[in-house]
Design a protein around this ligand. Structure first.
Ligand code: GRF
Length: 198
């Protein structure tokens, strides 16, 4: 049966777009809703223009009460009955209650070769470390930030003279290849590791 995918984002949503554009034809999943904590996120406008349902849950009124924020997220989500959540640049930490409720059904893309560089500023940290290879990872979401079983990784060379922005742009191109490829497999029940080289 076709899987229903909710995509969470906070920004431009280029990964969300790559996922949505891939979910056609024989793909085992379809988008059911795009969710953001940021009302004017570019990804929300794009999804609306494509006729995809959207929900905005601003986190600010829930300051200091992640459980209440997540209760609102869950109640909005319920109407769409998603099978899978894809985090795609969703910049809120989720509590263990939420990640446990979605264990094995929620995935994330992170711009580093995990377990290296969890958290922010991954490109600058890779450059600072003198890495010659960098990349991105799609993983199942668990309570620990940027942790959880790894489903796929794409490796990207670090070139002499690269700035963090250069590297971020090169990694993003691979994110747009990796995330749709992993979602296709994941939605079909395949959790084996996918490795891409650019
Ligand atoms: C991507 O680099 C993703 O890996 C990270 O946040 C960024 C989101 O970009 N988690 P976009 O909104 O998908 O363009």
């Amino acid at each position: 049966m076709t899987k229903r995918v909710a995509i969470f984002l906070s920004g431009g949503g280029s990964n969300m777009r790559a996922l949505v554009e891939d979910m056609t034809g024989d793909h085992p999943a379809r988008p059911c809703v795009v969710v953001s904590n940021v009302a004017d996120a570019g990804g929300i406008a794009w999804a609306k223009a494509r006729g995809i349902a959207t929900e905005v849950v601003d986190h600010k009124p829930f300051q200091g009460d992640r459980a209440a924020f997540e209760a609102e997220l869950s109640s909005r989500l319920a109407a769409y009955a998603p099978d899978i959540i894809c985090l795609a640049g969703f910049m809120r930490k989720l509590t263990a209650e939420f990640t446990d409720a979605w264990a094995g059904r929620m995935i994330n893309i992170h711009p580093s070769l995990l377990p290296l560089y969890k958290g922010l500023h991954t490109h600058a940290r890779a450059l600072e470390a003198g890495d010659t290879v960098h990349g991105c990872t799609v993983h199942e979401v668990t309570a620990a930030l940027d942790d959880g079983p790894i489903l796929g990784q794409a490796r990207v060379p670090v070139l002499p003279g690269d700035t963090a922005d250069d590297l971020a742009a090169r990694v993003l191109v691979q994110e747009h290849r990796l995330y749709p490829a992993v979602l296709r497999r994941f939605a079909a029940g395949d959790r084996s590791l996918l490795t891409l080289d650019s």
